[in-house]
Design a protein around this ligand. Structure first.
Ligand SMILES: Nc1nc2c(c(=O)[nH]1)N[C@H]1C(S)=C(S)[C@@H](COP(=O)(O)OP(=O)(O)OC[C@H]3O[C@@H](n4cnc5c(=O)[nH]c(N)nc54)[C@H](O)[C@@H]3O)O[C@H]1N2
Ligand SMILES: Nc1nc2c(c(=O)[nH]1)N[C@H]1C(S)=C(S)[C@@H](COP(=O)(O)OP(=O)(O)OC[C@H]3O[C@@H](n4cnc5c(=O)[nH]c(N)nc54)[C@H](O)[C@@H]3O)O[C@H]1N2
Ligand code: SF4
Ligand SMILES: [Mo]
Length: 655
């Protein structure tokens, strides 16, 4: 439920879970400079980039001696600007050399979930897992096997290569919907592409709305550019139900109730039309459906929108006027609003605003969202995605957010007999944790996890494979929030018996007797092939240049102004205010219906934000000094909601 006040309870439930894992581990950090006997003959420097699911994609430089990291520092490219974020400054100690890192394959010996394992050899582990998978394929078919992966390592090779194996065995496909899909769908419906204003160009903006995004915490390398804009005279507005770290620094914080942004955006349009602040020439040339939109927003007058959003009608009018009358005016969105009902409609409506006011005409004006399409257009994508022989898979898809349901369903045919997790910690990051745990507790489920640590998910594994850290693998990294391309060269040999994700699946393929060459391609070959493209954005960017420099900015036009003259990527090349092929035809606020019993039982609305400064989703949740800095898990609740429930500051709560 959302009331008129800012009643969001926040703090991500997963911190509680991850901190439980770490309790009592007595973690000790290894010193980074480890040896007094550095052999300068073997000292080398390699470039790499952050593998995390983060819009910044920082680059770094690693110096090693005798196969040990002796220095780890931020890259000097203009976006990383010589500074990694607080999460990554101590990465070699926190992950690569962490004493709890898994360095051999493990086999479960206790009950599921007990986290009791014994070491086994790679040969045994591969033989046993391959034979069990083959048995499932023979009896039930490949669809009884479900791969589960997400943002753990965003390197193109380490995230995509395993898909070849799963497609080859005809496994169920995973719909990877947990982050960004809803936001992207909304923006695509209006503009046909998500690449609008580039991050660095916001310094030219004079009015910036950070709409449901918290860059001070979640997009730290964008923030200096926003500050620069501010010192150039820009007004910074934050639209967020919660007083985030960014909202605290803004000139104006607007707090709509969660899930009501579509109504707010349509309300702004209502005012813009009423005050005749639209750019009629831009609309006439480069948009479709303005008459339908005008009619549609009649219902979104400031008074009605005030009732929906909990804002004052005056605030809505004032925001609409300030936005439409400022130039250049920028709206920055990322993913915040997508966790709510009406999420896609909200992104769709917000994405239309710059076309309504003609903000796209000015350098620094428009919408800033993702950047991944720039890499999609320029890299040799065929080397990364599935080989031709494996495309058009006909196997069923399972939506990752329904993992618990899939694992416990009696109706799925075939049911899931094996779950293969890599690059993800679904017990913490996937909705409906209780159901996921119930599924993972099944005696007849084979669970295989490739990981650095015994996460809350790995505790349930029958087999755990030790994964290399990013300092030990080759990869190529594009970005969804910046304009830099990086290659990641291994700085050290794999520690212990750890192996890359790709090598794990090459070994399984060999054991299962597969002969197709795409299952055996080497990481470095894929990296090199990915750069084989004569696209203008990659001019001057080669495997060798990236090895020397680390990250390089795509070779983009000096003034990136994608929609000055329309050029949207929709079927009409115009911004679609109205689309007869999309249901609903216009972005619409649809009130969420609750039955009375649910409303009484669950009267509050939980926001799970990325407020933890030192965690990247659940990653780093086992690191002692990080847990100390994060403190105990907590929720924040509006004082009024707390008072009416007799809750005082510091009380223990079950949510
Ligand atoms: N420190 C840190 N940084 C991270 C991450 C992390 O875990 N920790 N995760 C990374 C990842 S995977 C991602 S996808 C990005 C996400 O980056 P962001 O999208 O910036 O992050 P969120 O915290 O998910 O959401 C941003 C804001 O949206 C607000 N919000 C929630 N619901 C609504 C709503 O209905 N309307 C409006 N207007 N606002 C709403 C929240 O209160 C929050 O302050 O961050 C990345 N960066
Ligand atoms: N409550 C709540 N849930 C959320 C969100 C939220 O805001 N609140 N945010 C959502 C969002 S935006 C996202 S992106 C997802 C993220 O969900 P996940 O992708 O599950 O993210 P992490 O929790 O960081 O788990 C990644 C795991 O991958 C492992 N890993 C890292 N590198 C490698 C590697 O090279 N090989 C292997 N095998 N493993 C590796 C790490 O050790 C880590 O345990 O969570 C979503 N879930
Ligand atoms: S997590 Fe993000 S901000 Fe931090 S080092 Fe990695 S890419 Fe940079
Ligand atoms: Mo995400």
């Amino acid at each position: 439920m959302s009331s008129k006040s800012n009643n969001g309870i926040n703090r991500r439930a997963f911190i509680e879970i991850t901190s439980k894992t770490a309790v009592g581990m007595g973690l000790v950090s290894l010193p980074l400079v480890t040896s007094s006997c550095i052999d300068t003959n073997t000292t080398k420097t390699t470039h790499g980039a952050c593998y995390h699911d983060c819009p910044d994609r920082c680059s770094w430089k690693v110096t090693t001696a005798n196969n040990k990291v002796i220095n780890f520092e931020a890259g000097q490219d203009s976006y990383t600007a010589g500074k990694l974020c607080n999460k990554m400054e101590r990465f070699p100690d926190d992950v690569t050399y962490h004493p709890d890192r898994i360095l051999t394959p493990l086999k479960r010996k206790g009950l599921k979930g007990a986290g009791e394992f014994e070491k086994i050899s790679w040969e045994e582990a591969i033989a046993e897992v391959a034979s069990k998978l083959q048995d499932i394929i023979d009896k039930k078919g490949g669809e009884a096997i479900l791969p589960y992966s997400f943002g753990g390592n965003q390197g193109k090779v380490q995230s995509q290569f395993p898909n070849r194996f799963f497609a080859h065995i005809g496994a169920s496909q995973l719909e990877r919907t947990i982050c960004g899909d809803t936001a992207v769908e909304g923006v695509l419906a209006a503009n046909g592409q998500t690449t609008g204003i580039l991050p660095e160009d916001c310094v030219h903006s004079r009015f910036i709305i950070l709409w449901g995004t918290n860059p001070v915490t979640s997009n730290q390398h964008l923030w200096p550019y926003i500050q620069k804009a501010k010192s150039n005279g820009a007004t910074i507005v934050v639209v967020d139900p919660f007083k985030s770290a960014t909202a605290e620094k803004a000139d104006w914080h607007i707090q709509p109730s969660p899930g009501t942004d579509s109504a707010l955006a349509l309300g702004l349009m209502h005012v813009i039309f009423k005050e005749n602040l639209q750019d009629q020439d831009y609309i006439d040339r480069y948009t479709v459906g303005v008459e339908e939109l005008k009619k549609h927003v009649q219902a979104y007058d400031p008074k009605s929108v005030a009732q929906i959003t909990g804002l004052e009608a005056e605030t809505i009018i004032s925001l609409a006027k300030s936005y439409a009358q400022s130039s250049p005016a920028l709206i920055r969105v990322l993913i915040g609003m997508e966790h709510q009902v009406n999420g896609a409609s909200a992104f769709r409506a917000v994405a239309m605003l710059p076309a309504l006011t003609g903000a796209w005409r000015q350098f620094g004006g428009g919408l800033m969202h993702m950047t991944y399409e720039l890499f999609g257009a320029s890299l040799n994508w065929e080397s990364i995605t599935l080989p031709a022989a494996l495309t058009n898979q006909q196997t069923r898809s399972i939506n990752m957010i329904e993992l618990g349901k899939a694992l416990t369903s009696k109706d799925l045919s075939p049911g899931i007999d094996a779950l293969f997790v890599f690059n993800s910690n679904p017990v913490v990051t996937t909705p409906n944790q209780n159901l996921t745990l119930k599924g993972l507790g099944r005696d007849n489920l084979l669970t295989i996890v490739s990981e650095h640590f015994i996460t809350d998910t790995a505790r349930y594994a029958d087999y755990v494979f030790p994964a290399t850290s990013v300092l030990e693998n080759w990869d190529i990294l594009d970005s969804w929030g910046s304009t830099y391309i990086n290659i990641n060269e291994p700085a050290i040999e794999p520690l212990g018996e750890s192996k890359t994700n790709s090598e794990l699946f090459r070994l399984l393929a060999r054991e299962m007797g597969f002969t197709e060459s795409y299952l055996y391609e080497s990481d470095i070959d894929i990296v090199k092939k990915t750069l084989q493209s004569d696209h203008e954005y990659l001019k001057g960017i080669t495997f060798e240049s990236l090895r020397k420099t680390g990250g390089q900015r795509l070779n983009l036009p000096e003034k990136w102004m994608p929609h000055v003259t329309g050029n949207f990527k929709t079927k009409t090349k115009k911004c679609h205010f109205y689309d007869e092929d999309i249901e609903p035809n216009l972005p619409t606020y649809i009130p969420r219906e609750y039955n009375k019993a649910d409303r009484e039982k669950y009267p509050l609305h939980l926001l799970t934000l990325k407020t933890p400064k030192y965690l990247l989703n659940s990653s780093h949740g086992n690191v002692d000094h990080i847990l100390k800095k994060e403190g105990q898990p907590y929720v924040e609740i509006h004082p009024k909601d707390a008072a009416s429930r007799n809750i005082a500051d510091g009380d223990e709560l079950k949510i």
